[in-house]
Ligand binder design. Sequence first.
Ligand code: NAD
Length: 488
Amino acid sequence: MGSQPEGKAVFDSESAKEMVKELRASFVAGKTKSYEWRVSQLIAMLKMLEENEQPIVSALRDDLSKPELESSIYEIGMLRNSCRLALKEMKHWMKPEKAKTSLTTFPSSAEILSEPLGVVLVISAWNYPFLLSLDPIVGAIAAGNAIVLKPSEIAPASSSLLAKLVADYMDDSCIKVVEGAVPETSALLEQKWDKIFYTGNGRIARIVMAAAAKHLTPVVLELGGKSPVIVDSDIDLKVATRRIIAGKWACNNGQACISPDYIITTKDNSMKLVDSFKCELEQFYGKNPLDSKDLSCIVNSNHFDRLLKLLDEDKVSSKIVHGGERDETNLKIAPTILLDVPKNSLIMKEEIFGPLLPIIVVDKVEESFDVIKSCGGKPLAAYLFTNNKKLTGKFVAEVSAGGLVVNDTAVHLAEHNLPFGGVGDSGMGSYHGKFSFDAFSHKKAVLYRGLGGDASLRYPPYTRGKLRLLQALLSGSILRIIRALLGW
Ligand code: NAD
């Protein structure tokens, strides 16, 4: 069964059912709802991260050859920040929010209560296996839920370390990890959950959403897409190039959901841009990038072959202007730039999710918006490098994507005051900071009224006068109410 080690019990539908039953009992008993439990679990996660930095770095090196700096900052550091923020703000997030009331319900008062959803399932992906598994869990804990995590089998060292650490540090009666692949995930998906939070590709997202629909379970789908970068002329090309490299190759060698997928620039600017990339890439990764310790490898041979298929397509391979080297034994592909690839090539039809970066050439930078639209769907991120305020305004108004960044790439992910999530093909729902808490809460509307002053207005027998007064009350117009009261 899947990647389950020998000797381990089979995790099937019955096991999944039992697990959900146990977690639901903990939830119903109110264990996860108390502020103290939520704090204890967030502190436990912080401790787990602090005491296991080296094992986590090693697991990420085993799975992805991920450089220590990237593991330490983009996985562990960001998670620690999420825990700390939730610990600092959670009391405030949990507080009922006062709501205004209107004449319609006068006299009354109202509030919005954030209620935990119940038992939730988090299915995560392989490229940032710790961040993508534990960051949603921070929100689910803060909101007071019981949780099952299913990490990705494609990053097996990370998956087994996650299972061990969560069992060692966290409350096993309320938070569990199920390792495995399709059979285990399918067994989990058969159960009734109160929310499913899935990170991965759009094809599996459809399977997840169909399974959720059977139980009317709400979903958050964190997907990907072709995230474009528009590069205007008359900018500091060196800074722009470095920031694109930081979001592309310095993020798991392009295997990140918000990595720049392709660039759009003008013909005049394109050669200068290529030269700038050549120069900066050599500075960052040396003359032989395949030997660089600062570049992740491709996660497995399936993805390696998938990327080579994109690169080796006839009409594309002749467009390589930098890189293209590969090392099959170590699953490495060098940072590769392609200039002026045809729009009907495979590389422009699907999300690249790797170290290849095509450049599309246009006559005028304003044409970039049509190129983005013609690539179909709404990407997870879109980036623009410019000093032109008018172009920036058009970009913000016209480009629909999960998130936009002007004059940088990928950094919006680290801003916890912004929601992180997709739209259309790149997903639905969002998280990070308070948005994570909200993603795992039900916003319960509560209206309070007294029993005094009971007006007969809405009770039968209905009369013309009652109708006029109710209509006036619903309209909220004081004048109409006075006229209705006076019978005018
Ligand atoms: P993956 O292969 O790890 O799959 C994701 C999860 O789906 C895994 O846990 C896997 O076990 C499960 N799964 C696979 N097949 C399944 C099936 N038939 N039924 C049920 N579950 C199944 O990851 P991936 O899909 O290769 O991830 C890459 C994609 O994810 C890219 O498109 C990327 O853009 C996107 N992504 C998005 C985000 C985000 O935050 N929006 C983050 C990372 C990756």
